[in-house]
Design a binder for this molecule. Structure first.
Ligand code: GYE
Length: 324
């Protein structure tokens, strides 16, 4: 588990200016100027994740927030240990991106009993008591899955015969895997010719995507479409398809989610066919929420990130300025 404490002197910048930090501030205000945030990150599985971590680190620095970042290597038990440590350390605010949706009730109750507000970011938790967290900041994964399905329905509108789809899912039990799968399934119901013939966990990694795709190619003589739950899995699938002597993007259509620079580059080259955006640059919005929670201001229960989707031409247009 990586641990990167970033202790910063209170800087009167960004949200701190709003909090009134500075030399002449009253003691309680000076206290506010130095918010301690414990953040438990999922891991380092994808380009999305690395960009998300960097965004949070930079935004904390800019806001003068003392960030204790702990990276959990994709393991719920590591996240549990990190959050218990934050509770012990009496941080002001806890934020976390839960690797899987369920199994958090007891831990979040401990944070609540200790009077520490919890912000859920990126991935949703499935709790019986929604008062266990103050807000959720992240994308609408169901909408992302739906966009992928709608593109397929449109693309195969005039096609006769079965379209054989394989799905490379994200980490089993995670919110993005569950919701991208259901959004996609809901959208492709519009055309009974669109059939998911196999579906397997690629753990959101390039390696996982390659292995799962290699297996699919062995087991299924005819595959028309790959829906990968993130770019990394799709890029891994490209390698397996090429190793099998087929042309990704031509012999098999590939749809992915994230729209990282590598994903959009493959799309611009015609090796992917459609990419749904999932924005990892959540740091500034997270710090704004942290500041508001700390100072007792009201915040919405859910903050959804604005996103789009790209075809080949759109990818070429945005690539020169893509930040992640
Ligand atoms: O799509 C994937 C990452 O939770 C939205 O996790 C995130 C997902 C993202 O590993 O690349």
């Amino acid at each position: 588990m990586r641990r990167t404490p970033i202790i910063l002197a209170a800087v009167a910048a960004g949200l701190l200016t709003a909090c009134g930090g500075g030399e002449s501030a009253a003691p309680e205000k000076a206290g506010q100027a130095s918010i301690r945030l414990g953040f438990s990150q999922v891991g380092e599985e994808s380009a999305w994740r690395l960009a998300n971590t960097t965004s949070i680190e930079h935004a904390a620095t800019n806001a003068g927030v003392q960030l204790d970042l702990r990276v959990a290597d994709g393991k719920q038990e590591n996240q549990t240990a990190a959050i218990r440590q934050f509770i012990n350390d009496k941080v002001d605010v806890i934020a976390f991106s839960p690797v899987v949706e369920s199994g958090w009730d007891e831990l979040l109750q401990e944070a609540k009993d200790a009077g520490i507000p919890v912000i859920v970011t990126d991935r949703m938790v499935d709790t019986t008591d929604t008062s266990l967290f103050v807000t959720m900041l992240g994308s609408d994964f169901t909408a992302e899955g739906r966009k992928a399905g709608e593109w397929l329905v449109e693309h195969y509108r005039d096609y006769n015969g079965t379209v054989r789809i394989v799905e490379i899912e994200g980490t089993t039990g995670s919110a993005p895997a569950n919701q991208r799968r259901s959004g996609f399934a809901e959208a492709i119901e519009a055309d009974p010719d669109l059939q998911v013939i196999a579906s397997r966990d690629g753990n959101f990694t390039r390696e996982g995507g390659e292995q799962v795709m290699a297996g699919f190619l062995k087991e299924h003589p005819k595959i028309d479409v790959v829906f990968a739950h993130n770019d990394d899995e799709g890029l891994g699938a490209i390698e397996a398809i090429e190793a099998d002597g087929k042309r990704p993007g031509v012999d098999l259509k590939i749809i992915t989610v994230d729209a990282s620079r590598d994903g959009l580059t493959a799309l611009a080259e015609g090796r992917l066919n459609y990419v749904i955006e999932c924005n990892p640059l959540l740091g500034p919005q997270l710090m704004e929420l942290v500041g508001k929670v700390r100072t007792g201001q009201s915040i919405p229960r859910r903050v959804v990130v604005d996103e789009t989707a790209f075809d080949r031409e759109a990818a070429k247009a945005v690539l020169p300025n893509r930040q992640y």
